[in-house]
Write a protein of this length. Structure first.
Length: 327
């Protein structure tokens, strides 16, 4: 079977592409001309040069493909709404059109649990209504709605995976940011870090995507994906610090003034035209100030999803990759 992976040089896409190759699939990756494709080439993956906003290249990439795995997205790291909309909505719409024209057998989309918003989530399941909180969740909701419309009105074969916070080798965003923060020794914790925070290893997200690509039950369904554990933010950051052999001092930062300050800084940044660091984004502060724990019972029951990598092992593997990565 021939499959197409977008975002194959990113965190989830890298793990997915490798797992698909190991499973004997013929993998094609949509790659920009500026992407570092050495690892993909070493895996024997077919490269399809193009861009998610170039419909001609998308039609070529989808030709002869049975499954499309759409992993590429703009992450919640700041920026203007137009950039989120272009990457997360317009590009998804263009890829959807190309996949429909190619009559692919399944379109598997990597969404996010952020579609439920950043109000307290305790055991939230897939029946929870959408709630936009910031540009990232807003545009991921819009992309999902495009796919649900295609599924319901045109019977187009869609399956959606909604992972929580993802980490692992090939992470060029979360891991470096945490390393910088924890290395500062004095680390602020919103509300003392007592809120719940789910996390998942990128390889386990890739496992869920592959299952959604082949299980009949997955058609027309969405699935939450986490590592299944329940932890607080403080416990999570402590595990990261231990893996990095750091001993930061945590101190409590009240949620309300932290969120208010983040909103003020965001307004100033929009006026002056500069981007805030990710850890100062109002979306991130809001998420850290609320419980975020999600039910994965549906993925377990229908997909047979089983988290394979525990946090200690995953952090060790991530650190090993980070220390050996090409500069």
């Amino acid at each position: 079977m021939r499959v197409l992976v977008t975002g194959a040089t990113g965190l989830v896409g890298s793990h997915l592409a490798q797992q698909l190759v190991e499973a004997g699939e013929a993998v094609r990756a949509l790659v920009r001309p500026t992407s570092d494709v050495r690892r993909l080439q070493a895996l024997g993956i077919e490269l399809a040069p193009g861009d998610l906003n170039d419909e001609k290249s998308l039609r070529s990439a989808c030709r002869g493909v049975q499954i499309v795995y759409h992993c590429a997205a703009r992450l919640p790291l700041g920026g203007r709404r137009e950039r989120f909309y272009r990457t997360n909505v317009q590009a998804t719409a263009a890829l959807l059109r190309a996949a429909q024209a190619a009559e692919v057998e399944r379109f598997v989309y990597t969404s996010t649990v952020d579609v439920y918003g950043y109000a307290d989530q305790r055991g939230t399941d897939e029946e929870t209504p959408f709630r936009a909180d910031g540009y990232y969740s807003e545009t991921k909701i819009a992309a999902e709605k495009l796919l649900w419309q295609a599924y319901r009105s045109e019977h187009f074969p869609v399956a959606i995976i909604r992972p929580c916070l993802i980490y692992g080798p090939y992470d060029r965003n979360l891991w470096p940011a945490l390393l910088r923060m924890l290395a500062g020794h004095h680390v602020p914790l919103i509300g003392g870090g007592r809120t719940l925070a789910d996390i998942v290893y990128a390889g386990d997200v890739a496992q869920a995507l592959r299952l959604a690509g082949r299980r009949a039950e997955a058609l027309g369904q969405a699935y939450n994906v986490t590592d299944g554990a329940e932890r607080t933010v403080r416990q999570l950051l402590s595990a990261f610090a231990q893996a990095l052999h750091l001993e930061p001092r945590f101190f409590r930062l009240p949620y309300a003034p932290a969120y208010g300050a983040a909103q003020l800084l965001a307004g100033i940044s929009r006026t002056l035209g500069f981007n805030l660091p990710a850890d100062l984004q109002p979306d991130i502060i809001k998420a850290l100030g609320h419980d975020r724990h999600f039910n994965i019972g549906k993925a377990r029951a229908q997909l047979g999803y089983r988290p394979q990598v525990d946090l200690e092992t995953g952090l060790a593997q991530t650190l090993a990759w980070y220390n050996q990565r090409p500069v």
